[in-house]
Design a protein around this ligand. Structure first.
Ligand code: HAS
Ligand code: CU
Length: 548
């Protein structure tokens, strides 16, 4: 076996470079978030004529796109080096090329947002238009991430060659699956940026088909959220069992759930466009059904996590229905933070089902309920799991150890985050049900009679947002400590073993040709006809070019 227990120092540097950028994005994006809740409370105005939308774009892009992508790629590089062996020099060099392209792209994008030339929000829908530099920066980020993806595929191929007939290490398999998902879905955003938005913002064409651009965006936008979620699932499936001292419930089930995510993540973008005219209700219906299919692998994950916890608890002598809960290592932040993330995913997922239900979507669409939904899913479930991973990943990569004090601070951080999010996301959900719009500054509706009803919730959001900002400061203190100041030493990169009782993993899971084939077929079924409709029925005045 060429498995290593420790990530090679040179690979560790590559992974850490990504993680630094991720946490810098957290610091800046978190500050923008604080400003936002203060503005929305109606008690604060931004100085120097800065637009609310500039701040909102900064927040969404830095946290939704930069923090996530950098953390995920850094984490997956580390996971692959740990489980499939040290990178070759060539793989590592390409990893750095990807990193620098993404970083330069991010800097460009951030620059145009901060000078107020790209206040287009993280979804950058037309007809909002940004400076061409914003789209070019995004393109660099995406192309850089593709390079990182192919780098990971190359490393995986090398492992396969050296280990014919063997199932690949679980974390490596999962990283590859997530990068395939990413590659397939980013084709949509690359298409709208390169064929539509960039030429339009350069003035080469004077109009674009907005419906096509939104559809291409959501072809990407939904799988994007699973690209965020799957690394959290990697931690839940593989790392958490080891941390609690238990076993992975089933390797095959974990692989199956990742394959199902690949199939059903992409052909579901219409659930973000349910209220959009111009899409035949039949195709919305098809995609809603597929959305409910993609819930299944999450339910499998919930089942698997419960099984892991219960098996472990019972092996320690727990009895009764929930006796196993008492046996879990509550004082260990590496467990506690992701566990709280799991707990929040129960209401978060339920909210997702509400969103996806066509009729209920009419109540919540474009209200701040949706913002509440993704602050539970992304900003709690995923982010708390990433924090929990950082608590062992960073010291592992920097050759340090987490002290008891830092561990205690991390527990406090998790509690602070949970309380802040209850206030913030809870009030967002309620205000959304009362019709409070998302993405609106107080000044735009502050005097309407209906808005009076929303005020208490906006104040609760400001309180929650302030608590969360304290949470961000705490995590930055911990991360800085782990990266630069914690005592030198060895920290484990925990990788769980599969329970003896589990079935052997069938080799068919590595049949990527088959899985990609099914993925493409599902995409074609879900999108071909509605897409032809959109182009054929493009609005008048399109000068013969149906895409713009
Ligand atoms: Fe969503 C909008 C539907 C999941 C993120 N979503 C968004 C947006 C974002 C986002 C960012 O159908 C806004 C985009 C924008 O700016 O417009 N979402 C869903 C559905 C799911 C879902 C059906 N979303 C996510 C995840 C995200 C995310 C994950 C980020 C990471 N979402 C929608 C829809 C919209 C939407 C519509 C559009 C709304 C509109 O009108 O604009 C599902 O995948 C959820 C399935 C999850 C579950 C939960 C399983 C529970 C588990 C935990 C087990 C706990 C344990 C601990 C083991 C069914 C796995 C237990 C211990 C104990 C002691 C109890
Ligand atoms: Cu979605």
């Amino acid at each position: 076996m060429n498995e290593t227990m420790k990530v090679d120092r040179r690979d560790a540097k590559l992974a850490m470079a990504h993680i630094y950028v991720a946490f810098i994005a957290l610091a800046l994006g978190g500050f923008a978030g604080l400003l936002q809740v203060l503005v929305r409370s109606g008690k604060f105005t931004l100085p120097a004529n800065i637009s609310y939308y500039t701040i909102l774009t900064t927040h969404g892009v830095l946290l939704g796109l930069v923090l996530t992508t950098f953390f995920i790629i850094g984490f997956q590089f580390a996971a692959m080096s740990r489980t499939a062996g040290t990178f070759s020099n060539q793989v590592r060099t390409w990893g750095w090329v990807g990193f620098w392209m993404m970083t330069i792209g991010t800097a460009m994008t951030a620059f145009f947002i901060l000078i107020g030339e790209a206040s287009v929000l993280f979804t950058f829908y037309a007809p909002l238009q940004a400076h061409p530099g914003f789209y070019l920066g995004l393109t660099l980020v995406v192309v850089g991430s593709w390079i990182s993806g192919f780098t990971m595929f190359a490393h995986y191929a090398k492992w396969k060659k050296a280990n014919p007939g063997k199932t690949s290490p679980l974390l490596t398999f999962m990283s590859v699956a997530n990068m395939i998902l990413w590659l397939v879905c980013t084709l949509g955003v690359a298409a709208t940026v390169l064929i539509q938005l960039l030429p339009w913002s350069l003035g080469l064409i004077d109009r674009i088909n907005v419906l096509v651009s939104r559809t291409l965006f959501w072809y990407f936008g939904h799988p994007l959220v699973y690209f965020w979620l799957l690394p959290a699932y990697m931690v839940w499936y593989v790392v958490i069992p080891k941390i609690i001292g238990g076993k992975i419930f089933s390797d095959a089930l974990a692989r199956l759930s990742f394959i199902l995510f690949l199939f059903f993540s992409i052909p579901v973008g219409f659930h973000h466009q349910l209220l959009e005219p111009g899409i035949d209700p039949f195709w919305k219906y098809v995609q809603v059904i597929l959305t409910f299919m993609v819930v299944i692998p999450s339910l499998m994950t919930a089942f698997s996590m419960f099984a892991t916890f219960e098996m472990y608890g019972r092996s320690k002598g727990a009895t009764g229905l929930f006796g196993w809960l008492r046996k879990l290592p509550w004082g260990d932040a590496r467990f506690f933070a992701p566990f709280v993330g799991m707990l929040f995913f129960i209401p978060a997922g339920a909210g997702g089902l509400v969103n996806a239900s066509h009729q209920l979507n009419q109540v919540v669409h474009n209200t701040i309920w949706v913002t509440g939904h993704f602050h539970l899913t992304l900003a709690t479930t995923v982010v708390l799991t990433f924090f929990g991973a950082a608590y062992w990943l960073i010291p592992h990569l920097t050759g340090r150890v987490m002290t008891k004090t830092m561990n205690r601070l991390a527990i406090v951080q998790t509690v602070v985050w949970a309380i802040g999010m209850c206030f913030m996301s809870g009030s967002m959900h309620f205000a959304g049900l009362l019709g409070a719009p998302r993405r609106s500054a107080f000044s735009t509706y502050g005097n309407s009679p209906q808005a009076l009803e929303w005020i208490p919730y906006q104040i609760a959001q400001a309180i929650g947002g302030t608590i969360l900002f304290i949470g961000i400061i705490l995590v930055l203190v911990i991360v800085t400590n782990l990266a630069f100041f914690a005592p030198k030493g060895e920290t484990e990169f925990p990788v769980g073993e599969v329970a003896e009782t589990a079935e052997r993993t069938p080799l068919v899971f590595e049949n990527w040709k088959l899985w990609i084939g099914i993925t493409v077929a599902l995409i074609l079924i879900a999108y071909t006809i509605p897409f032809i409709d959109m182009i054929q029925n493009a609005p008048p005045g399109s000068k013969g070019y149906k895409l713009w």
